[in-house]
Design a protein around this ligand. Structure first.
Ligand SMILES: [Zn+2]
Length: 387
């Protein structure tokens, strides 16, 4: 359905309303919402995580950064058969229950399939990648991060009618500048992953980078693991292969056997204007609107008690939040809540624009508020159990 065009004055109204609302938040509450300063390395760690390459099935580089960040500060950790990093955090007091908090390490990307005699690599996409976003994008390939580009015909040589049709993925190749097949396979092999080559950038509370889905969740989970709330046994699951079917989370939930689970992920903030310039009234989340609590998505109906717990924790602590509006997509909760005899689960996500593309944007305030919100909910869970 195409939304109706709206008058300019009508477009201005919601913006003015939002500005009034933003001004109405008391300074003290706004500070509390931002959460305490990170205990980990904060932005430098986010940069390392974002710039690491961890396309599904090859999450090693991300896992190593997490292990290093947690070294000596946790109780135990192990890497399971699917590559999940499962961490048992230090407990304070006698824990009431075991709670799993999950964040996925993998990202969408490409995998090399076959080198041609022209030195160009055919590839497959891994996870949900918008093929129209691929042409001309730089990539890092394999463990040595060999630079390459998803080759595209220059505009000088493109016929007018070619421009009118979307470029098919099968017509694209990854070019590392090799002159023949031998050159293409000298440093790379079929199966090597290619990730978007994007430098991380943070300024004025805005974050730009690749793989914010779900390195923002990973960084938030590291923060929680470094300072676990009292009253619960926190098990942190840094999962693999979420983007291709929640596979790591499925076995992690079975192994950890928690009494409840929280999933920290990112969610698309489709809050930009409509393509025809009309007002977007169908956004699912908004950047800067705080953590997005899921009531349901395509794969999960969140446990109502955990949703209530999160909303109460937010209200008590003055943390802003938004309810994620229905749309496609899902999180690791889709696999976790069905593990064993069923595990009460809920997802809390950081809104990001342009997810699954070469660069996404997010707000630092949303990321810090997710940590504050989930920490608060875990504290309450340790104190009172499930509401
Ligand atoms: Zn994700």
């Amino acid at each position: 359905m195409t939304p109706k065009k709206v008058r300019k004055s009508a477009l201005r109204k919601p913006a003015a309303k939002a500005a009034r609302r933003a001004r109405a938040i008391p300074v003290k509450k706004a500070r509390a919402a931002a959460g305490p300063a990170p205990r980990g390395e904060g932005l430098p760690l986010l940069r390392r995580l974002s710039e690491a390459c961890g396309v599904s099935g090859d999450e090693t580089a991300v896992r190593e950064i997490i292990r290093e960040a947690l070294k000596g500060k946790i109780k135990t950790s192990k890497v399971d058969a699917l590559g999940n990093l499962l961490v048992t955090c230090r407990t304070r007091g006698k824990p009431r229950m075991r709670v799993m908090v999950a964040a996925h390490m993998d990202e969408v990307g490409m995998v090399l399939m076959q080198a041609g005699s022209d030195g160009l690599w055919k590839f497959e996409t891994v996870g949900g990648v918008n093929e129209q976003a691929l042409p001309g994008k730089p990539v890092w390939i394999g463990k040595n991060r060999t630079p390459g580009v998803i080759g595209v015909k220059p505009v000088h040589l493109t016929e007018k009618d070619e421009c009118e049709h979307p470029i098919k993925k099968d017509a694209l190749t990854i070019d590392i500048g090799a002159k023949d097949k031998e050159g293409a396979t000298a440093a790379l092999k079929a199966g090597d992953r290619a990730a978007f080559a994007t430098a991380f950038h943070a300024e004025r509370g805005v974050i730009l980078g690749k793989a914010l889905d779900d390195r923002l969740g990973v960084a938030a989970l590291i923060e929680l693991a470094l300072d676990p709330p009292p009253g619960i046994e926190l098990v942190a699951a840094f999962t693999t292969q979420e983007e291709i079917g929640l596979r790591g989370a499925q076995v992690a939930a079975y192994a950890l056997n928690p009494k409840a689970a929280f999933v920290l992920d990112t969610t698309p903030a489709a809050d930009m204007p409509m393509w025809d310039g009309g007002e977007n009234t169908a956004y699912n989340t908004k950047l800067g609107g705080g953590p997005a609590i899921y009531i349901f998505d395509r794969g999960t109906i969140s446990d109502a008690r955990l949703v209530r717990l999160l909303r109460d924790a937010a209200g008590k602590r003055g943390v802003p939040y938004q309810i994620r509006q229905p749309g496609s997509g899902g999180t690791d909760a889709g696999a976790i809540h069905l593990a064993r005899a069923g595990i009460p689960s809920v997802s809390v996500s950081i809104p990001c624009r342009s997810l699954h593309g070469p660069v996404s944007t997010a707000r630092l305030s949303d990321w810090r508020a997710v940590i504050a919100l989930v920490r608060g909910a875990l504290e309450d869970l340790g104190r009172r159990g499930l509401p």
